[in-house]
Design a protein around this ligand. Structure first.
Ligand code: PRP
Length: 191
């Protein structure tokens, strides 16, 4: 029996196994660097939720995940350059060591905006753990303390990352290619 694939056969850039292994390493580094008080984990939704939950499981103390929405893309595959922050009112950052959890750092604008915000709110420190980084796209110079993988400038999806809400559920990080998607859609509608 042949099964119909549920999504286009995009090229896998990073398998789920690779990602999980690297997340373990990052968790060990984060723990080794941690100060006395509990970290304040801040996940940049939506894309970073999957990575953040994995990391949360690996850090001691089951620390709560605080959510921040930071949108810079609108629809499509090109960054708009604007960062809109939507923050919960009760984020307890004063005097705390904040760890921002990101799926991907591209231009760096989102992390720069969040760092500035939380330092302005009195955080003791603000560090970043990101699953992916695209150094070639940076427009804001940044120090990223914990980087899972540096990747080339390709539009990636899966492991929580989306294109207009689609493909977040893919287990691996894959490279989006419109012709692969179109061929798949044509074949699916012909079935
Ligand atoms: C992505 C990603 C980062 C941001 C990085 O979010 O999750 O937050 O872009 O880009 P930058 O370094 O150029 O600022 P996106 O706006 O796609 O929102 P989403 O996670 O809700 O899909």
């Amino acid at each position: 029996m042949t099964t119909t694939p549920a999504h286009p056969p995009f090229r896998v850039l990073l398998s789920r196994d690779q990602i999980l292994r690297r997340t373990h390493e990052l968790a060990r580094q984060i723990q080794a660097d941690a100060g006395d008080g509990p970290l304040c984990l801040v996940v940049v939704i939506e894309g970073a939720r999957t990575f953040a939950r994995q990391l949360q499981k690996l850090l001691p103390g089951h620390l709560p995940l605080h959510e921040v929405r930071a949108s810079s893309y609108g629809s499509g595959t090109v960054s708009s350059g604007r960062v809109q922050l939507t923050l919960g009112k009760d984020l307890p950052v004063r005097g705390r060591d904040v760890l921002l959890l990101e799926d991907i750092v591209d231009t760096g604008r989102t992390i720069a905006a969040l760092r500035e915000h939380f330092l302005g709110e009195g955080a003791h420190s603000v560090r970043t753990a990101t699953l992916l980084s695209k150094p070639s796209r940076r427009v804001v110079p940044l120090e990223l303390e914990y980087v899972g993988f540096e990747i080339p400038d390709e539009f990636v999806l899966g492991f929580g990352m989306d294109l207009d809400g689609r493909y977040r559920e893919l287990p691996d990080v894959v490279v989006y290619e419109q012709d692969v998607e179109r061929t798949f859609q044509r074949q699916a509608s012909a079935r």
